[in-house]
Design a protein around this ligand. Sequence first.
Ligand code: PMT
Length: 219
Amino acid sequence: TKDLPLKGKSVIITAGGTKERIDPVRFITNDSSGKMGYSLAKAARNLGAQVTLISTTNQLPIPFGVAFVPVQSAAEMEKAVFAKFNDSDIVIMAAAVSDYRPKTEAAYKIKKTNEDLTLILEKTTDILARLGKEKKHQFLIGFAAETNDVETYAKDKLARKNANMIVANDVSQANAGFNKDTNEVIIYQPQLDPIHISVRSKDAVAEEILHAAINTLNL
Ligand code: PMT
C-alpha cells in the first residue's frame, strides 16, 4: 500500500563499528556509534518492512519490532549478513566495517617488553563488494564516509561494489558523520541525478534515504 510501501519486504541493516580483536582485552575499532543504522532500522520498520538489524553496539535501545543480531568483528558481520541475504530485498550497509584486522588474535594478553611491537594486519572481506557480486534481485545501499573528494570516491564505490545506491557523508563536516545526532548526505544512484539531503536528524535522513530507494524501486 501507499502508507506501507515496504510491507512484505525484508530489509537487512548493519550498524556500528566492527571490533577486531588483538588479544582478549584489546581491539581495533572506529568512531561509529550505530546511530545512523538504528535510525534506518526504525524508518524501515515504520514503512512496513521486516527488519533485521545486525549491530556491533549495545549502547543504543533496540528498536521495537526489529530482529536484532549482535556481532563484533567484520567476519561475524559478514556471516550474519549472508545468513539472511537470499531472503532479503534490501541491504543497507551503514556499519563502519574495518578494512583490516590483526592477522592473528593472541590467546593471552600481550605482555609489555622493551621492544617495539609490530602488529600485522590483514584485509577483511569487503562485505558490500561481496554482496554486489552475489546479488540477484536485492537492492544494495552502501555508505561512503569520506573526508575529501566525496563525489569521486562515492561514484567509484557505486561502480566498484556494484551497489544500487551510495549514501555519501562528508565526515569532515561538524554536523555529519560518526557519532553525531545529525547527518548531511548526498545520495548517488546509477543513471540518476544525485540527491542532496541537507543537515537534519539521522532519523529524518534515514527516511529520505528509504524514500529515494522506494522511488527507484517503484514501490
Ligand atoms: O554510526 P554513526 O555514528 O551514526 O555514524 C554513521 C556512519 C558515518 C558510520 C555511516 O553514516 C557511514 O558512513 N557508514 C559507512 C562507513 C564506512 O565504513 O565507509 P567506507 O567508505 O569505509 O565503506 C564503504 C561501504 O562499504 C560502507 O557501506 C561499508 O559498510 C562497506 N564496507 C566497507 C569495508 C568492508 N570491509 N566491508 C564493507 O561492507
